[in-house]
Design a protein. Structure first.
Length: 610
């Protein structure tokens, strides 16, 4: 007898279980053994098996048994070949995708984690004795004590929260406004409901207490050593902050008239008000013996050789502020501009009005979204964002959503072909776009595309913004002998420039364009390694006592979000768009923290700069 599945029956209950399971996978903690993870994924395939074909029904179970023997340290070297052989057989002979996908998953792990398999068989342990770490602290590039400052906020001690943040990151205000909050990605609160709004709580703290009203730690006695820092962006200022607290004299050289780098000239006012940025910078400059030389370009106003001669160490944190252009005819037309350059012109008032202009933007990153939303505030008649693949939208989902709310239009599966310009004025008239269709998924999990049978078409525009990345201005440093690799300064993971004694570098000029928190982390690592290079081992004292942890009742609770002004209001000006959390929201949100620094993962470990 046939019957329909009733609403609220087995399917609905199963969906609830699956949603909870997805939350568990999302919050899988960093530092866990990858073999344990792959075994658990294999067991999912085993549970999905219908049991009709032998390769899937029995083969996956045998592979699971062999994996267990490796994890327990009971396997010999011949087990790897046996696992590979069985998995290839299952992948080739299983009747459906359950067995095929499960077998291929283990085959991929054999390739991706060959060192882990060998370590388990040879040494009966993970590579480097892997263990669970505190997710939010581990995933924060600067390793800020997130549970610590959330506990401070819960206690109403906002100055203490800023001190805890500044123990690792001297930009509590800027990061509260613009950080991409990777710390939330694997928050264990996801096991119960949703990740804690860590950035929102940080913003609440700096909204309640200005950063430059909170005293910085007492600096060490003078060491008599001097360090030159080239670049006054987040990386250079972070290095200056920690080095000055250690007692070293710091000379900071910045090309622009004001400090802040891309935080000042690359992030629009509506996301990061510059008066708020100055709160962080004032606190940094007051921390120790820091002498600032703005409007000073290396190679024009002073040579690198002079700087190196007059200082015991040098740190290069010059960022990546030059926007890329596409290698095609018309890319140098009058009204074609890289997104980074467009934002800098808008920040300095040189790009003031786009009334009646049709704007086209190529690219889907955060810089592209900032440029699109800035164009909306400059009264552009229309703004269209084009990308070839959905994977090209690398901006935060919240940024894309906000741009849509403000009238920015998005189109994907369009390949940018060429730029049509006016032969007399050399101004862009239109862009030509080729429709695409999706193709196979590559080895990295990204969808590829190929040309559609539809013809290319012409899209008229008055201004073309290229959001295709940035690069560093390394030419003058190359002339002084600084080694570079494909336009980036060649430095190791300790930030020491290869082959250059006493010269360090970090941030975007080493890694390529990245986030502010990654630049801050590089400045922090460089500062402590420069200190070691100079013959010291200073520690910066945290002048705050974090409240004791108490058990959390784990009651499911909604996540408090940061509210924004109405889209129609916010696109009319450059005022800050985010609103402050209410005290009730902040108290409830901070109360959701599970204190993983005490429960589950144990006490905080690791030294600064690691």
């Amino acid at each position: 007898m046939r019957s329909l599945m009733k609403k609220g029956g087995l399917n609905d209950r199963t969906d609830v279980v699956l949603r909870k399971f997805r939350a568990r996978m999302t919050s899988y903690p960093p530092g866990m053994c990858p073999l344990v993870l792959y075994r658990s994924l294999l067991q999912i395939s085993m549970n999905q098996s219908c049991g009709k074909c032998v390769p899937c029904r029995d083969g996956l179970g045998e592979v699971d048994f062999l994996l267990k023997s490796i994890i327990n340290g009971d396997a010999g070297s011949d087990v790897l070949k046996e696992i590979e052989s069985k998995c290839r057989m299952i992948a080739e002979t299983a009747d459906c995708a359950v067995g095929v996908a499960g077998a291929k998953l283990i085959l991929e792990s054999l390739e991706e984690f060959a060192d882990e398999y060998e370590s388990h068989i040879r040494d009966r342990r993970c590579v480097g004795n892997a263990s669970q770490t505190i997710p939010c602290v581990t995933l924060c590039p600067a390793h800020v004590d997130v549970p610590g400052y959330i506990a401070m906020i819960k206690a109403g001690n906002y100055a203490g929260a800023i001190k805890v943040i500044r123990d690792r990151n001297p930009f509590p205000t800027a990061c509260a406004m613009v950080c991409e909050h990777p710390c939330e990605r694997k928050c264990r609160r996801s096991l119960i409901d949703a990740p804690i709004n860590i950035r929102g709580l940080k913003k609440y703290a700096v909204d309640c207490m200005k950063a430059d009203d909170v005293p910085t730690p007492a600096k060490n006695v003078s060491t008599g050593k001097s360090v030159a820092i080239i670049g006054g962006g987040p990386s250079g200022l972070t290095a200056a902050y920690f080095l000055s607290l250690m007692g070293h004299k710091v000379d900071l050289y910045e090309e622009h008239e004001k400090l802040g780098g891309m935080l000042r000239y690359g992030i629009p006012e509506y996301r990061l008000p510059k008066a708020r940025l100055d709160e962080d910078i004032h606190a940094i400059l007051n921390a120790g013996d820091i002498h600032v030389c703005t409007g000073t370009k290396i190679g024009r106003d002073i040579t690198f050789a002079e700087i190196r001669k007059d200082h015991d160490a040098v740190y290069l944190g010059i960022g990546a502020q030059i926007g890329n252009r596409m290698p095609m005819e018309g890319a140098d037309a009058e009204n074609v501009i890289p997104a980074a350059d467009f934002l800098q012109e808008a920040a300095t008032g040189r790009m003031s009005d786009l009334t009646g202009k049709k704007v086209v933007l190529i690219g889907g990153g955060n810089v592209a979204m900032d440029a699109a939303r800035t164009a909306a505030r400059l009264n552009a008649d229309s703004i269209h964002v084009f990308t070839r693949k959905r994977d090209d939208y690398t901006a935060l989902e919240s940024e894309i959503e906000s741009a849509m709310q403000e009238g920015v239009r998005f189109r994907t599966l369009l390949n940018f072909l060429n730029i049509e310009t006016d032969p007399e004025t050399n101004e862009v008239r239109a862009v030509w776009l080729q429709p695409e269709i999706v193709g196979p998924i590559d080895n990295l999990g990204f969808v590829t595309t190929e040309h559609s049978s539809n013809y290319p078409y012409r899209f008229k525009c008055d201004l073309l913004i290229l959001g295709v990345g940035q690069r560093s201005d390394v030419a003058s440093f190359e002339n002084e002998g600084i080694p570079t690799n494909r336009g980036r300064i060649d430095a190791d993971e300790t930030c020491m420039v290869n082959g250059m004694e006493g010269v360090f570098s970090g941030g975007d000029c080493v890694t390529g364009p990245s986030t502010a928190i990654n630049a801050i982390a590089a400045g922090q690592v460089a500062a402590f390694n420069i200190d070691e290079y100079l013959g010291y081992h200073h520690k910066v004292r945290l002048e705050a006592e974090i409240p004791a942890a108490v058990p959390n009742p784990c009651i499911p609770t909604g996540r408090a979000e940061i509210e924004e002004k109405d889209p129609f209001e916010r696109r009319t000006n450059f005022e800050h768009v985010e609103l402050k959390m209410t005290p009730e929201e902040a108290l409830r949100e901070s109360g959701r923290c599970l204190r993983c620094d005490h429960y589950g993962c144990g006490a905080m470990e690791g030294g600064r700069g690691e």
